[in-house]
Ligand binder design. Structure first.
Ligand code: URA
Length: 230
């Protein structure tokens, strides 16, 4: 919401008065004076006017979870256990998943209550790399890397996937980097080249690596550096 709007949402403050207060330099965002009436302010920022709190910033939450197999990437489900069961209940409010993993997939799962931030991480157009280790039923053929680099046609969405990188680690094992996060994307890409994924583990999103210290099922808050990297 614009700064002037936050101020004028206060009883008795008109838009004009809000702009005047902002221009006078008596309005702060997170402790720093802001003279720009049109500045966009999220709900996590604290806004004051002449020292009085106009908007108390809500606490933002950014978590990484080492997702184990068998948990659904959802906040609630009637049948399956969800990843929320692995997160401390006091942190649940407004939490959503920034880039789901299939129930059988494991590895880095990021949860947050900051929708603008998570959109930057997952928006296909922004093309943040997501790195996975994959094992397959059949040997990965020499032309697989080339096919993935050219992009795979997804009939249902009527689109070609962004060029993906494949690094062979063994006959049936590879590291794959994709730049979107479409439904069952990696499984469908291998299916398109006549192979099948048996295990899938996410190692990294952007420059956020799954912490080696986290056992399956464990989580921790992201560091400032990790949050700011997105
Ligand atoms: N692609 C898949 O097919 N599954 C996942 O869980 C993630 C990417």
């Amino acid at each position: 919401m614009k700064l002037s709007r936050i101020l004028s949402n206060q009883n008795g403050v008109s838009r004009k008065q809000a702009s005047a207060l902002i221009a006078a330099g008596v309005v702060t965002i997170d402790g720093i004076a802001c003279r720009e009436a049109a500045r966009e302010v999220d709900r996590f920022s604290t806004v004051t006017c002449r020292g009085n709190v106009v908007q108390p910033g809500e606490p933002a939450c950014y978590l990484m979870l080492h997702k184990p197999q068998g948990y659904l990437s959802a906040t609630a489900d009637k049948v399956h256990k969800t990843v929320m069961e692995l997160i401390e209940p006091s942190l649940h409010k407004d939490l959503h998943i920034a880039g789901r993993l299939d129930r059988a997939s494991t590895g880095l799962l990021i949860l947050t209550n900051d929708g603008l931030w998570s959109r930057r991480l997952t928006e296909p157009d922004i093309k943040i790399p997501k790195v996975y280790r994959v094992t397959t039923t059949d040997e990965i053929t020499p032309d697989t890397a080339k096919r993935f680099a050219e992009g795979i046609w997804f009939e249902f969405e009527q689109l070609r996937t962004s060029p993906a990188q494949l690094e062979l680690l063994g006959a049936r094992e590879a590291r794959i980097t994709i730049f979107e996060g479409r439904y069952h994307q990696i499984k469908r890409m291998f299916h398109a080249v006549g192979n099948r994924v048996t295990t899938l583990h996410r190692e990294k999103m952007g420059s956020i690596n799954l912490d080696d210290c986290l056992a399956p099922g464990a989580s921790r808050q992201l560091t400032e550096t990790e949050i700011n990297s997105v």
